[in-house]
Design a protein around this ligand. Structure first.
Ligand code: NAD
Ligand code: MG
Length: 354
C-alpha cells in the first residue's frame, strides 16, 4: 500500500492507495461513528457497494444511497434529497459519509457532508482515474443551472481510500479522461515525469505503473494545496489546460467530450501559447502524437472561435477583460498569465490552423 499525507491547514488527512483495499475499510475507520451513509452512483454501486457494505458489518447503522450516474446528479435537487434521507435515517453529528465513485459522487457526497449539521466527517473512496484529482484538495461542490461547481466549499475528507483494483472496470473513455489530468500534473512538475507518462500506450498500462502514476500525481497536487489550499495563488497552476478545456466542454455540451479530453486539447493550446509568448520549445508535437495514437478526440474548428472566446470570458478566471490562463515558462515552470482577448483569438486561430 502507498500512502500520501496531506498537511492541510484546515484538517490534515491521508491518502491510501492499494490493490483491493476497499475490503478493509473498517481497518481505517475510527470506531466511534454512530452511523454510516454510503453514497454511490448506479454504475459503481452495482460493482462495489456490496464490498464496502461487507467491510462495515461491525457497525450497527450502515445505509446505502444510490444516485444516477452522471454530472446531472451534482444538482441542488439531488443534494436536497440526500439531506432529506440523512435526516430521515437519523444521521447525527457523529455520523460518517462515504463517497464511493468518481468525481461526481466525491463532489456531491462531500458537499452533503460539508453542510449536514454544519459538517460531518466523510471519506473519499475514488473509483476513477480522474478522481485522484477530485478526491484530493478538499473542494466539494454541486452545480447551479448557471454554471458548474458554483455552490460548494473547501472541506477536506477525513481519509481518501483509493482501491486501484476498481479501475479495472473503468470504460476506456474514462481512462483517457483521468490520464489527461495526470499529464497535466506532470507538465507543471517535471519533464522526466512527463516523458514517463507518455512512454507507453494507454492500452498497455498495467496496474502497478498506474498506481505509481496516481501516487505521483496526488503528491504533486498535495504539495501545491499545502501551500495554497483556497486557490489564491499557486493552486491556480493546476488549471493548466482548463481555460480552453472548460470552454470546449461547455460549447460541446457535457458528455460529448469527457473533461479530460477537453483538458488534453487545452494542454496543447497552453503549450502553443507558451511557445509563442516565451519563445521556447515545448514537447507539444510529442504530446499531440501520443494523444492521437491513444484516440483522444479534438473537435475544434475555426467556426467555434468566437463562441469559445465568449465562454472563456465568462469563466471565473477573468480579471478586467483579460483572460487569465496558466502557461509554461518551461516544462515544470507554470505561471499565471493575463492575455487580452484579441491576442487570445489570434492564438486560437493559429492553433486550430495547425
Ligand atoms: P464520474 O464520477 O461521472 O465518473 C465517470 C463515469 O464512470 C460515471 O458514469 C461513473 O458511473 C463511472 N464509473 C466510475 N467509477 C467506475 C468504475 N470503477 N468502473 C466502472 N465505471 C465507473 O466522473 P469523473 O470523471 O470521475 O469526475 C468528474 C467530476 O469531478 C466533475 O463533476 C468535476 O467537476 C469533478 N471534479 C472535481 C474536482 C475537485 O477538486 N473537487 C476536480 C476535478 C473534477
Ligand atoms: Mg480538471
Amino acid at each position: 500500500m502507498k500512502i500520501v499525507n496531506v498537511d492541510s491547514n484546515i484538517k490534515p488527512y491521508r491518502i491510501l492507495l492499494g490493490n483491493g483495499i476497499r475490503y478493509d475499510i473498517s481497518d481505517y475507520l475510527q470506531p466511534q461513528y454512530s452511523s454510516i451513509l454510503l453514497i454511490s452512483d448506479t454504475n459503481v454501486a452495482d460493482l462495489y457497494a456490496d464490498d464496502i457494505m461487507q467491510g462495515l458489518q461491525g457497525y450497527d447503522s450502515v445505509y446505502l444511497e444510490v444516485v444516477h450516474a452522471g454530472e446531472q446528479s451534482k444538482s441542488v435537487d439531488i443534494y436536497y434529497e440526500l439531506l432529506t434521507k440523512a435526516i430521515e435515517l437519523g444521521l447525527d453529528r457523529h455520523s460518517l459519509i462515504i463517497a464511493l465513485g468518481g468525481g461526481v459522487i466525491g463532489d456531491l457526497a462531500g458537499f452533503v457532508a460539508a453542510t449536514y449539521m454544519r459538517g460531518i466527517d466523510y471519506i473519499q473512496v475514488p473509483t476513477t482515474i480522474l478522481a485522484h484529482d477530485s478526491s484530493v484538495g478538499g473542494k466539494v461542490a454541486i452545480n447551479h443551472e448557471q454554471g458548474k461547481n458554483l455552490i460548494g466549499s473547501f472541506y477536506p475528507p477525513s481519509l481518501v481510500l483509493f482501491d486501484t483494483a476498481t479501475l479495472a472496470t473503468l470504460p476506456t473513455k474514462e481512462i483517457r479522461s483521468g490520464y489527461a489530468e495526470l499529464i497535466k500534473e506532470a507538465l507543471i512538475a517535471d519533464e522526466e515525469w512527463f516523458e514517463k507518462l507518455l512512454s507507453e500506450p494507454l492500452a498497455r498500462l498495467n496496474r502497478d505503473s498506474l498506481t505509481e502514476y496516481l501516487k505521483k500525481g496526488i503528491e504533486i497536487k498535495a504539495r501545491i494545496i499545502e501551500k495554497d489550499e483556497k486557490e489564491l495563488g499557486i493552486r491556480k497552476h493546476l488549471n493548466l489546460g482548463h481555460t480552453l478545456g472548460h470552454a470546449l466542454e461547455t460549447k460541446l455540451g457535457y458528455g460529448v467530450m469527457t473533461h479530460g479530453e477537453a483538458v488534453a486539447v487545452g494542454l496543447l493550446f497552453a503549450m502553443h501559447v507558451s511557445e509563442a509568448e516565451f519563445k521556447i520549445n515545448l514537447p507539444k508535437e510529442k504530446l499531440s502524437r501520443w494523444l492521437e495514437e491513444n484516440n483522444y478526440s479534438f473537435n475544434l474548428s475555426i467556426e467555434m472561435i468566437d463562441e469559445l472566446i465568449d465562454l472563456m470570458k465568462r469563466d471565473k478566471k477573468v480579471i478586467k477583460q483579460d483572460i487569465q490562463m496558466i502557461l509554461l515558462q518551461n516544462l515544470g515552470e507554470p505561471v499565471i498569465h493575463s492575455m487580452d482577448v484579441t491576442k487570445m483569438k489570434d492564438y486560437l486561430a493559429t492553433f486550430i490552423a495547425q
